[in-house]
Design a protein. Structure first.
Length: 214
């Protein structure tokens, strides 16, 4: 059975889904999002970079390296992948474990959720934010506060954070540059305990388009 996860605010409900667990369709609410992780080279690189900033008691948040926004009750997702912002489905993450973050009405009402989904759908087809990745990397390595990127390009967690701007969530960091670990820390989502089954890790995000993709 899905496991209610750590949460201290009452503004969100975080549920962990173990590998192979089926989520009832009624549990998908547009505007919620998931946090998960991969085991490919790029996924490990993201976690390594996050660990530079998230040290000590905050290191537990560096586990996460991917986020995706739920946009329909059938589990449809919009996520920023290497090939750009794409419409996928949460079923692709069924073989692994992930955490579903549900925003309570105190943070997101029906209108807020509609605005989040409208924003995410408008982002479909946009490019992946490689310049943002470079900006974040320089910030992590040097400690500088200067950030840059191209308008209309997104990284996975930045897309989710920008959508969350349509709610009562207030970020102190630039939303477009939010990392998965930033989202995890904000909502107090800790890494699973050592030895927890991760199931079949999803493939790393692709950095190219396949034939026939728009």
């Amino acid at each position: 059975m899905p496991e209610l996860w750590n949460n201290t605010t009452g503004d969100v409900k975080v549920t962990r889904f173990a590998p192979g667990e089926i989520v009832p369709p009624t549990d998908y609410q547009p505007g919620d999002f998931i946090l998960t992780h991969g085991n490919g080279f790029f996924s490990k690189l993201i976690r390594f970079g996050q660990a530079i900033r998230f040290r000590g008691k905050n290191r537990k948040f560096a586990w996460w390296n991917h986020a995706a926004l739920i946009v329909a009750e059938d589990g449809s997702l919009i996520e920023a992948l290497g090939a750009g912002v794409r419409n996928t489905n949460i079923s692709k993450y069924a073989p692994t474990e992930y955490h579903l973050v549900h925003l309570n009405p105190s943070l997101a009402d029906r209108h807020d959720r509609e605005q989040m989904v409208h924003f995410a759908r408008d982002c479909l087809g946009r490019k992946y934010g490689w310049a943002i990745i470079i900006s974040i990397s320089l910030s992590l390595l040097t400690g500088c506060k200067f950030s840059f990127g191209f308008d209309g390009e997104f990284i996975c967690s930045g897309l989710v954070a920008r959508a969350l701007e349509r709610t009562s969530v207030i970020f102190l960091r630039e939303p477009s540059h939010m990392m998965p670990a930033d989202l995890a820390k904000y909502f107090n989502i800790e890494a699973p305990k050592p030895g927890t089954s991760r199931g079949q890790i999803p493939p790393a995000p692709r950095f190219w388009k396949q034939a026939g993709e728009d």
